[in-house]
Design a protein around this ligand. Structure first.
Ligand code: HEC
Length: 170
């Protein structure tokens, strides 16, 4: 090995280290370290969409089937039935949030007690419960398909038959 070769090898090493360092510095400038405030894309259906147009075409029987598959492990639907992991859902449409007195709600849902379960609130809740009420104990990821939410809400409407006179709700 002569010294010319060694010089060339040393120069090559110095240059590649220099290039690596330079690209590191440049990438630091070009790619910001902080996450963007707004995601660059959003998953379809996960943003709050207006549920009203979908309710017009919703199917109560499909909703009943979905509720049986997804919700029934935690919720009772029949009036007077005892609460499960979650509160009884009979008459839930239109009633104030976290208002079943025999059920112990999370602080998160209780903080929304001055709102009611409108169709839109139910849709937003079912889209992503933890987004609607951060800290909620309802451990359901959410139902991203808007037509399925509409079907379920249409079914929940059927649980709102007027109570016989003199009976308390639940
Ligand atoms: C894994 C159990 C679980 C499943 C599955 C589940 N829930 Fe819940 N749900 C809960 C719990 C627990 C709460 C109470 C949450 C809290 O207090 O933060 C709740 C609360 C609710 C409430 C609020 C009721 C009120 O009185 O304010 C609604 C509405 C609701 N669930 C609807 C549904 C629907 C519809 C489904 C099916 C699509 C569903 N849940 C599936 C556990 C569940």
């Amino acid at each position: 090995m002569n010294s010319v070769f060694l010089n060339k090898a040393a120069l090559a090493i110095v240059m590649s280290v220099g290039v690596a360092w330079f690209s590191h510095v440049v990438s630091d400038v070009v790619v910001p370290h902080t996450a963007p405030a707004k995601p660059a894309f959003s998953l379809p259906g996960l943003e709050n969409v207006s549920i009203q147009p979908y309710l017009a075409q919703a199917s109560v029987s499909r909703g009943a089937e979905l509720a049986r598959q997804i919700c029934a492990s935690c919720h009772a639907f029949k009036r007077g039935a005892s609460n499960g992991v979650g509160p009884n859902l009979s008459g839930v449409v239109g009633r104030p949030i976290a208002s079943v007195t025999s059920y112990s709600y999370s602080a998160s849902l209780r903080s929304l007690q001055n709102h009611s379960w409108t169709d839109q609130n139910l849709s937003d809740w079912l889209t992503a419960p933890a987004h609607f009420a951060p800290g909620t104990r309802m451990s359901l990821m959410g139902i991203p398909v808007v037509t399925q939410r509409a079907d379920i809400i249409a079914y929940l409407h059927t649980l709102t038959a007027p109570l016989p006179a003199g009976k308390n709700s639940q």
